[in-house]
Ligand binder design. Structure first.
Ligand code: ADP
Ligand code: TMP
Length: 239
């Protein structure tokens, strides 16, 4: 019988009979302000999972190593179990969110080159900013590990920016997480959905991500369904 290992803010992680494989359950829940704001949205888990599966499959097809194995149901995936790096890798193509508030800027200007920020994943500490020397000094990752993971972030940005553009959306920013497999390989893990990226409509700048919940702009599930159908159409055109 599967054993519940962890209930997070958006997903549950279950241990399967295979010690190297986890079952991920996407929940119908959204949180903001590090979990202080929490609400139920019917269909949100399935929409976020479908987007993440589509993106992970696209990245795998283009040579990115990931934890993804296969989908089990509308809300469940099987993934390779990782030893996660407690780090969040944020890439920003456009000024938005905390980058705007931190530096007193308006949102919307395209950055001359992507800005890369690393955060230490800790709910207790509110995910503080961390730099490379601190991450190395704290034994979280080596210089080579960080190089590898930032290299993958750049590749992911290079692949996804045009994919989202084709689907009529600007990839404003996104957060990635990585883990190590039992064989030592570093792979992209967690998820890629509008929970952890910002997407703006290319023509209208309409928000098509979790900001619709954070800022009370639109229905979350409907927004995620719209992102999914745009991505599906863009990929169908590629075939
Ligand atoms: P949070 O922990 O931020 O509330 P989630 O609700 O998305 O986030 O929970 C998923 C948890 O599982 C995260 O802590 C994430 O780091 C972790 N995780 C993601 N992929 C894997 C994996 N392949 N192996 C082990 N842990 C993973
Ligand atoms: P930020 O502007 O709030 O720092 O967010 C930058 C990007 O990172 C945005 O796409 C949302 C994502 N993100 C997460 O996925 N988890 C987090 O805890 C934070 C702070 C941001």
């Amino acid at each position: 019988m599967d054993k519940l290992l962890y209930t997070g803010k958006a997903k549950q992680m279950w241990q399967t009979d295979d010690p190297d494989v986890l079952r991920v359950v996407y929940m119908d829940q959204a949180t903001a302000l590090n979990g202080k704001k929490k609400d139920h949205f019917a269909g949100k888990g399935a929409a976020a999972k479908a987007i993440s599966d589509l993106v992970f499959n696209y990245l795998i097809e283009h040579g990115i190593p990931t934890h993804f194995i296969k989908q089990l149901s509308a809300t469940e995936d099987l993934v390779k179990k990782c030893q996660m790096f407690p780090l969040e890798f944020v890439t920003r193509n456009v000024i938005a969110g905390h980058f705007a508030s931190r530096y007193g800027l308006d949102e919307g200007k395209v950055l001359p080159e992507p800005v890369e920020e690393t955060f230490f994943k800790s709910d207790k500490l509110d995910d503080p900013f961390i730099n490379e020397s601190a991450a190395i000094a704290l034994g979280i990752a080596s210089h080579e590990d960080l190089e590898k993971m930032w290299g993958l972030c750049r590749e992911v940005n290079g692949l996804l920016k045009p994919l989202f553009e084709k689907a009529g959306m600007q990839l404003v920013d996104f957060k990635l997480e990585f883990g190590r497999l039992t064989n030592g390989d570093i792979v992209l893990a967690d998820e890629f959905s509008p929970d952890n990226c910002r997407l703006w409509d290319l023509k209208t700048d309409e928000h098509l991500d979790k900001d619709v919940y954070r800022r009370k702009l639109a229905d979350l599930t409907q927004t995620y369904d719209e992102v999914l159908s745009r991505l599906q159409n863009a990929l169908a055109e590629e075939d």
